[in-house]
Design a protein around this ligand. Sequence first.
Ligand code: ATP
Length: 322
Amino acid sequence: MYDVVALGEMLIDFTPAGKSENGNTLFETNPGGAPANVLATLAKFNAKTAFIGKVGADQFGSFLGDILKKENIDTQGLVYSEDVNTTLAFVHLSENGDRSFHFYRSPGADIMLDEQEVDLALVQNTKIFHFGSLSMTHEPAKTATLKAVKAAQESDIIISYDPNLRPALWKNLSHAKETIIEGMQYADILKISEEELEFITGITDFEEGTQFLYDKFDLKIVLVTLGSKGCFYRFGKDTGHINGFKVNAVDTTGAGDMFLGSFLYQFIKQDASWNSLQATGVEKMIIFANAAAALGTTKNGAIPAIPHLDSVRKLIGGESNY
Ligand code: ATP
């Protein structure tokens, strides 16, 4: 049995890498896609994981498949398409260091995953099934995603959900909101950023915003990630703010994914069940996730920046039994 199986987008992020002799911008090919980053984090800590998604049968697709294999993530659910190319995204940095993404996805392989191509045996043979919202921006991947999520739900598998708002990928913002909400009704564990919480609920207060989501959906844990400030959580009636760790952050790419992968790792390691889990247990998981994600910001990139378990334990310090 797998610890975590994730379905979603995997693509190439072209990140600026200096200038050529001619003075033109050079780009480096990096693996991108939140669900794969979540799995890579879990795999780094030795959890058993598998990825479901689609890339092109091209050089970029082979590169992405090889990355997953190198990270020890099972790739039997990865489909290589002869019909469409691997999705590409170019990252541009503004003068003040802000990143913007331009996607080449018309259509890219990630959104062409067909429901017939989803290996439901993988989805039903895991402790946790994880998905995001970006595999629901277009058909046929939306139907494929929801088919997998429903199969997981029918098999009583814990479902983790990370809605991601990349405005350029949706028809418009109301399409984004509607679809993100559609995914939320299946989630047990919801990871959401401050901005996404406000976008979905229209509420800036974390207590109220998470209560609103609890009243509307059958959620068990809501994790609101707050960058260097750590995380606000809701677990039933219990809420709390767990501070982030102070580090010298150089690149926050994938910090949210490392946070969630680390949280899910602790959830599995603590053998958590909804009947016995207490707020103190959830807080312990968040402390670990904050520490791992903080360390992940001290190096460039997402997958290459995932820290070793020993470094995470060391940062937490004390008598921690992580
Ligand atoms: P994304 O990766 O898509 O931007 P996100 O918005 O959820 O996702 P953040 O809230 O920026 O990501 O970060 C996730 C977690 O990473 C935080 O909750 C925190 O634990 C850690 N983190 C991020 N930035 C820092 C930082 N500068 N210092 C310490 N920890 C950080």
